[in-house]
Design a binder for this molecule. Structure first.
Ligand SMILES: [Zn+2]
Length: 98
C-alpha cells in the first residue's frame, strides 16, 4: 500500500516540476523575444534613442523621440523632393494657361 502512495507522490512531484520547467521556458522565450525586438530596433546615430516609425505622405520615416531628428532611408528624400517639384511644375504650367 505504501508503495502505491510513494508512486503517486513521485508522479505528482514529477508533474509539478514539469509544469515549473514549462513556465520557466515560456518566461525565457518571452524575455528573448523582448530582447530581440529591442536589438532589432534602429537607434538614433546622434544619441542612440530608439527610433519610431512615422508615416508622411505614404513614406515611412524614422524619428528619434529624444532629439526629434528624422532619418530617411535611401531614396525617401528623393521621392519627397520629386513630389514637391511635380507640384511646383504643375503650378508653373498652370500659370501659362491663365
Ligand atoms: Zn536622437
Amino acid at each position: 500500500m505504501s508503495e502505491i502512495w510513494d508512486d503517486r507522490r513521485k508522479a505528482l512531484e514529477e508533474d509539478y516540476f514539469r509544469r515549473k520547467e514549462r513556465e520557466t521556458i515560456e518566461k525565457m522565450r518571452e524575455q528573448m523575444f523582448v530582447e530581440a525586438e529591442a536589438a532589432a530596433a534602429l537607434k538614433c546615430p546622434r544619441d542612440h534613442g530608439l527610433l519610431t516609425r512615422m508615416e508622411h505622405e505614404g513614406i515611412y520615416l524614422d524619428r528619434c523621440p529624444q532629439c526629434k531628428g528624422v532619418w530617411f532611408d535611401a531614396g525617401e528624400m528623393e521621392t519627397l523632393t520629386n513630389r514637391e517639384q511635380e507640384t511646383w511644375v504643375d503650378r508653373f504650367i498652370k500659370s501659362f494657361k491663365d
